[in-house]
Design a protein around this ligand. Structure first.
Ligand SMILES: C[S@@+](CC[C@H](N)C(=O)[O-])C[C@H]1O[C@@H](n2cnc3c(N)ncnc32)[C@H](O)[C@@H]1O
Length: 219
């Protein structure tokens, strides 16, 4: 593991675009708790039958998934741009007596050990799209041979155009863009839209359907 991976988030060790951190810090700071505090339904459903190993939680937010995974015996590394969210996440893990490696960085700047996670889980990760598909490639590069990528997003957002916000779907990475990069080294196990097992409460509770991409790295 690299030096920027620590048991508690470093105060000033953030690796990534300061504007992205500021945007998300502001969003989290607006509310005492932004998300539901429960693990995501698609993650819980897709993990049935998987043996716990090393997992990377991408865009872990306030840490509900990371804590749930650690409680289930996974060795968890969680990467997140918002220091506000990470402090909450680390607090939840501490309260539960669980250990998680928190990485305060954008996925692409996190200097994660390559090809070393049995599971890479990205639940509604809001990754910015770049011409070189850096975020998509970073997701794939983190998965160990034999490991699984699980990418879940809100259905409909990839085509949603809002007149009253700055949100432009063209700015973000969607599951179809990652699926497009999967070659013969990957087996697609799930690539579908389905009803979401929505958590009670939280800012995303109104989303009704998920896009779920699950792929296994063969070699
Ligand atoms: C919609 S929230 C989802 C949070 C969490 N996965 C959940 O399901 O509750 C997206 C999260 O991704 C984080 N994020 C955005 N861009 C990121 C990046 N490039 N690398 C890592 N985290 C990022 C945001 O700060 C935010 O916490």
């Amino acid at each position: 593991m690299t030096d920027n991976i620590a048991a508690v988030p470093p105060a000033d060790g953030y690796l990534g675009d300061p504007a992205v951190r500021a945007e998300w810090d502001n969003r989290y700071a607006d509310r005492h708790q932004l998300w539901s505090g429960r693990p995501n339904g698609a993650l819980v459903a897709e993990l049935a039958g998987l043996t716990p190993g090393r997992v990377l939680d991408v865009g872990c937010g306030e840490g509900a998934d990371a804590v749930w995974l650690a409680r289930g015996g996974w060795d968890v590394t969680a990467v997140e741009v918002s220091g506000v969210a990470l402090e909450r996440a680390a607090g939840h893990a501490r309260d539960a007596g669980l250990t998680v490696r928190w990485v305060h960085a954008t996925l692409t700047e996190a200097a994660l050990p390559p090809a070393s996670f049995d599971l890479v889980s990205a639940q509604y990760p809001a990754l910015l799209r770049t011409p070189d598909a850096a975020a998509e490639r970073a997701l794939l590069a983190a998965v160990a041979p034999g490991g699984t990528l699980l990418l879940v997003h809100h259905a409909g957002m990839d085509t949603q155009h809002s007149h009253d916000s700055d949100f432009d779907p063209a700015d973000y990475v969607w599951p179809s863009m990652v699926a497009d990069l999967l070659d013969e080294d990957w087996e697609i196990q799930v690539d579908e839209q389905r009803p979401r097992v929505a958590p009670d409460g939280g800012a995303g509770a109104h989303h009704t359907d998920d896009l779920v991409l699950r792929a296994r790295r063969l070699r």
